[in-house]
Write a protein that binds this ligand. Structure first.
Ligand SMILES: NC(=O)c1ccc[n+]([C@@H]2O[C@H](COP(=O)([O-])OP(=O)(O)OC[C@H]3O[C@@H](n4cnc5c(N)ncnc54)[C@H](O)[C@@H]3O)[C@@H](O)[C@H]2O)c1
Length: 367
């Protein structure tokens, strides 16, 4: 198959759809790979690293789309990129269509087969291509939280791990799923006093067993959340109700009880955020303060560590890219129902029921 890797064009997006190591797997298997010049430049994958593994470098995105049958990206295509898609193309990338009707309609019009990373499933009923980015965001949340607790950043002037004779910071994590678990790992590693709040008793039991008494687990009742707000120095919001807006666990009133210079990191901001006072921020202006509490609400946290994120994403996407290249989109999806769950648009129809319902667009089952 002929596979294309265009350069990402969203502001401050340095991730790339395929690393040179991933490209090598495909060229070794006899496929042709076309990479736009500079596609990996932001994270030090020069054009030479791609040519060394057999890719062809093309000067413009138009040429990459024209030369390829499958396009592998990171972020959703912009409207002018969708204009280069044809019915012969397979598109494999994050799409997040439920929030973007113009993109959904343009993809329908293109006639292309569009498989979204975020709805591909695995045998455990989880979303394996979302997981790496939740891992990155969870781990980063502690790093940024520790940074903004420093006095110079407007924080309370607290070291997360404390020192001998001085108590560590209290870190509360709301939601103990993938990102919450990874945040807890980092916070425990730094010596903080960590509590995870969740509404799933099963998950709380798993976390209790995993951390072997190194964290506390608490059922996330309204009263427990209110107490956490009053007592914590750093709160990390990692809740998710799949397919729905994040529940607002912390109100503005509750925030008034939090210590001045404390920090909220709202990882769940891409689903609207779990603090009433959250609004999405960017890496160029990541924080703002409400009621004396610093809010960090960057919606694409993994973009800040684009190199790590690209490797993590490729580890998860490569097995699917290899199948798509070997069997074609139709053959690969017939053989793998989990990949088939990633299909969002095909032959002019929305093929993912929840997206069609959310956007009131025509749905047709792929079969
Ligand atoms: N900001 C970013 O850059 C970034 C990056 C990756 C993921 N995310 C987002 O982070 C969020 C969490 O993702 P995840 O992969 O960790 O989800 P997950 O499904 O693995 O975990 C979510 C957890 O929240 C718990 N939960 C649900 N309702 C709750 C409530 N009311 N109180 C307490 N806990 C509750 C669930 O039981 C579950 O354990 C998602 O919105 C995801 O899109 C953001």
């Amino acid at each position: 198959m002929r596979i294309g890797v265009p350069k990402e064009i969203k502001v401050h997006e340095y991730r790339v759809g395929m690393t040179p190591a991933s490209v090598a797997e495909l060229t070794l298997a006899g496929h042709e790979v076309f990479v736009e010049t500079g596609a990996g430049g932001g994270i030090d994958f020069g054009d030479d690293a791609y040519t060394a593994v057999g890719a062809k470098i093309l000067p413009t995105p138009q040429e990459v789309f024209a030369a390829s049958d499958m396009i592998v990206k990171v972020k959703e295509p912009q409207l002018h990129e969708i204009a280069w898609l044809e019915p012969r193309h397979t598109l494999f990338t994050y799409l997040h269509l439920a929030a973007d009707k113009p993109q959904a309609e343009a993809l329908m019009k293109s006639g292309a087969t569009c498989i979204a990373y975020e709805t591909v499933t695995n045998a455990h009923g989880r979303l394996p291509l979302l997981q790496p980015m939740s891992e990155v965001a969870g781990r980063m949340a502690v790093q940024v939280g520790a940074h903004y607790l420093e006095k110079e950043q407007g924080g309370r002037g607290i070291l997360l791990g404390g020192v001998p004779g001085v108590a560590p910071a209290k870190v509360s994590i709301f939601g103990g799923g993938v990102s919450g678990f990874n945040a807890a790992q980092m916070a425990v590693g730094l010596g903080a006093d960590v509590t995870i709040y969740d509404v799933s008793s099963t998950r709380l039991a798993e976390l209790d067993a995993l951390f072997q008494n190194r964290i506390k687990t608490v059922y996330a009742s309204g009263a427990a959340v209110a107490r956490a707000v009053e007592n914590s120095h750093l709160i990390i919001g990692c809740v998710l109700i799949p397919g729905a807006a994040a529940p607002k666990l912390v109100t503005r009133e509750m925030l008034k009880t939090m210590k001045r210079g404390s920090v909220l990191v709202d990882v769940a901001i891409d689903q609207g955020g779990c603090f009433e006072t959250s609004h999405a921020t960017t890496h160029s202006d990541p924080v703002y303060t409400v009621e004396g509490v610093i809010h960090y609400c960057v919606a694409n946290m993994p973009g800040a560590v684009a190199r790590t994120s690209t490797f993590a994403l490729n580890n998860a996407t490569l097995p699917f890219i290899v199948k798509l290249a070997k069997f074609g989109a139709e053959g690969a999806m017939r053989a793998d129902p989990h990949l088939r769950n990633g299909l969002n648009v095909a032959a002019g129809f929305i093929t993912y029921k929840a997206v069609a319902d959310d956007l009131a667009l025509a749905y047709r089952a792929w079969e």
